[in-house]
Design a protein around this ligand. Structure first.
Ligand code: DGJ
Length: 721
């Protein structure tokens, strides 16, 4: 619900309230974000005091208690006397820098706004508030867009910068959101890591100064995620005030939190200002990516439930509903395969219940290693005589769908494409930075995108292809586009991501039944922006079940289980050399989209039987696993005796509990695992081992079997009587 009264704007969701107010000088102040508060102008919480060295804007005259340096801003400018993190930074034709925004007007519209060419949550039944600010000296208007997804407790934001003047201005920075808190005692949680260990939570109290999580790698990155949480120092899964902010964007980003001199906090989130400079001609508009905010007064679990539900119902565009259990040949064959080897893998997988065969890297051009072939999207007839027209029907005849790996954004120098168009790469003259022996195509260019898309479309049209894995295996460096003049090179990173989104949207439009899985060397571009186009993303190139416990735990704070690509792979694991049982590998991979990455003809009959049972179990419970409310029952980073998680159906009549024990220890403790989210008064049948009240299972717990050996696993199914 959006309420507007005399410059006071109040946004209510079911459990939260967000409020801002245009003050006497037209400065849009942020008055509140938190648990729902009704019937109140919360600007009474803002104090005006004279602070030394805090400048006073001209219109406040001699009133030294009015300074933007100390007031909570809704969308901060710079050069105004507010020295904290800027949201908007403009460079005017005279070379001056700054942005000084004042309230101009507002409008409320039915339906949540959409953003052309950018990912955004959907909400036809919701409302949009647009608050228009202006910087009179710059001749620039700034529209702050707010989408209120009431039932999900989600507030979305985006910003449109419009040049109303007669000369071009440069946007040096335009954040998607700014959120000021009138308190400094907050923890920041970021989700960080590296290739093969992504999205591990890092939590710490904000100290004076700025702490940020960001990427300047061209993609959202393995190293940091465009999702952060701010919370009470004492907040936990079930208690405490916490705020989540995520950016629907897959390129360079910056999430920055500043604890100021006066114990306030400002969070900004948006496109990274490094190497960003957008020239805005007269009459032109620039739209930032969308950011989303969620708040919970009862800890991280409700925060996660709200985000998961909103992602599933308002962000993902999932053509299949139920995701297929897939088998992918990458870890078992890498580049060395032919049609017979692939069909042999598919033949051994089909009787176990696998529904989708994915042919990974190596099927096109001269792609026998990672040194060649990228850019040449035609079938390698030495490996696949007869092409996809011959291979796909053989897979379909086994009762499986067929999927294909692609890496459209990249090119090898050893390719027909590069030989024909060496100028199609993003490469600063005189500089050459290779990574995995590949270069990056200039997706800012329509002609480059048209060429690649045309080739992909021909492949996708040549056979019955149901799934595409869209990979990207390097970061961007020495970036420069031959298609843009020097003064527009600061637009390249953003235009590149817009080009990626354009390609994905075209593919979705032309092949509406295609399931596209995102991937970037595993989880290097696992973000809400990509999820708008690719409803599942390969979580990590690390398929070691024990490392995956941590990666998937961290990922779960924001992203739903049905988005996390997770597979059982062969042992010893290719990333860690560790061996864990097939049972445990299956239990962990079920905490995701579920599939296999091995050659089933090379495992024992007993293991094949385990896989058959795993797939049957997953298929039976897929709705609960993917759509249920997700509970983290323990933190794998605490090195406790076990890692456990649980899914509960919305009506609370069913639940699944998964447990993986840690390394073996002598005299292990006997543990009762306290469950969550059940209905206290229901009696639950626990895997045929008796029935117990929900209250007992949540308060007294469920006795776990005594582990014997490293990394044992158990799964329990509960159903209400
Ligand atoms: C990186 C991906 O994450 C892997 O799963 C695999 O597809 C390789 N690329 C193929 O080159």
């Amino acid at each position: 619900m959006i309420l507007c009264h005399k410059g006071l704007f109040t946004l209510h969701t079911n459990h939260t309230t967000y409020q801002m107010k245009a003050d006497a000088h037209g400065v849009l102040l942020h008055t509140y974000y938190g648990p729902r508060v009704e019937g109140c102008d919360l600007s009474y919480t803002i104090r005006y005091v004279d602070r030394g060295f805090s400048p006073v804007p001209e219109e406040a005259g001699e009133d030294r208690t009015f300074s933007l340096d100390v007031l909570p801003q809704e969308y901060s400018g710079c050069g105004t006397g507010d020295f904290r993190l800027p949201s908007l930074d403009l460079e005017l034709p005279n070379g001056s820098r700054g942005a000084d925004l004042r309230f101009k007007s507002f409008r409320v519209e039915r339906g949540k706004y959409a953003l052309e060419g950018l990912p955004a949550f959907r909400g036809e039944e919701d409302e949009t508030l647009t608050v228009v600010l202006e910087d009179a000296a710059a001749g620039v208007e700034v529209e702050l867009l707010y989408g209120v997804l009431e039932d999900y407790d989600l507030i979305t934001r985006a910003v449109r910068v419009i040049n109303r003047g007669t000369s071009a201005v440069k946007i040096r920075q335009a954040a998607s959101l700014c959120l000021d808190f009138q308190r400094g005692n907050l923890d920041l949680i970021t989700f960080d890591g590296k290739h093969v260990l992504e999205r591990c939570p890092n939590r710490g109290p904000l100290l004076p100064g700025v702490r940020s999580a960001d990427s300047v790698r061209g993609g959202s990155s393995h190293q940091h995620n465009p999702f952060v949480i701010l919370c009470d120092h004492s907040a936990g899964e079930d208690h405490g005030l916490c705020f989540a902010a995520c950016l629907l964007y897959s390129g360079n980003f910056q999430a920055a939190a500043e604890r100021s001199q006066f114990e306030t906090v400002r969070l900004t989130l948006g496109i990274h200002p490094w190497n960003f400079c957008w020239t805005l001609g007269p009459g032109e508009a620039f739209t930032t990516p969308e950011a989303a905010l969620c708040c919970s007064g009862q800890g991280f679990t409700p925060l996660t439930h709200r985000l998961h539900r909103c992602f599933r119902e308002r962000l993902l565009r999932d053509p299949w509903g139920e995701r297929p259990v897939l088998i992918n040949n990458w870890e078992s064959t890498e580049f060395s395969f032919d049609a017979e080897r692939l069909v042999a893998i598919a033949k051994s997988a089909a009787p176990m219940g696998v529904g989708l065969f994915v042919m990974d890297d190596g099927w096109f051009g001269a792609r026998d290693s990672d040194r060649a072939g990228l850019g040449d999207w035609t079938v390698n007839r030495d490996k696949l005589p007869g092409g996809l027209e011959a291979l796909v029907p053989r897979i379909k005849a086994l009762g499986m769908d067929f999927g294909l790996w692609v890496e459209p954004e990249m090119v090898n120098e050893d390719s027909e494409l590069y030989r024909a168009h060496p100028d199609w790469v993003l490469q600063a003259p005189g500089r050459m930075v290779r990574s995995r022996q590949q270069l990056v195509l200039d997706f800012t260019r329509r002609d480059v995108r048209d060429h690649i898309y045309g080739a992909l479309k021909a492949v996708l049209s040549s056979a019955e292809i149901s799934y595409v894995k869209w990979d990207v295996n390097r970061s961007l460096a020495a970036v420069w586009s031959a298609a843009l003049p020097p003064e527009r090179q600061g637009e390249v990173f953003h235009r590149y991501i817009l080009g990626v989104y354009d390609m994905l949207e075209r593919m979705r439009r032309d092949f509406p039944h295609l399931l596209i899985e995102g991937c970037s060397g595993g989880g290097g571009r696992f973000d809400a922006g990509m999820l708008y186009y690719t409803p599942q993303i390969w979580c990590s190139d690390n398929t070691d079940a024990i490392d995956r416990l941590r990666i998937q735990y961290g990922t779960s704070f924001c992203y739903p289980v049905c988005t996390m690509g997770a597979h059982v792979s062969a042992i010893p694991n290719a990333q860690t050399g560790r061996s864990v049982s097939m049972e445990t590998r299956g239990v962990v991979a079920m905490h995701g989209t579920f599939g296999y990455e091995m050659d089933p003809s090379r495992i024992t009959p007993e293991e094949r039987e385990v896989i058959r049972r795993q797939i049957a179990f997953f298929k039976k419970h897929q709705a609960l696993i993917h759509q249920g409310d997700y509970y983290r029952l323990s933190d794998p980073f605490q090195n406790g005796p076990y890692t456990a998680w649980e899914q509960v159906s919305p009506d609370k009549r069913e639940a699944l509990v998964f447990v993986v024990s840690g390394p073996a220890q002598g005299g292990p403790p006997l543990l009762n695992l306290r469950l969550k989210g059940l209905e206290p008064s229901f009696r639950y049948q626990v895997d045929g081992q008796g029935d117990y009240p929900g209250a007992a299972l949540m308060e007294a717990g469920w006795p776990l079997p005594m582990p014997w050996g490293d990394f044992q696993s158990w799964q329990f199914y509960l159903s209400a009587l």
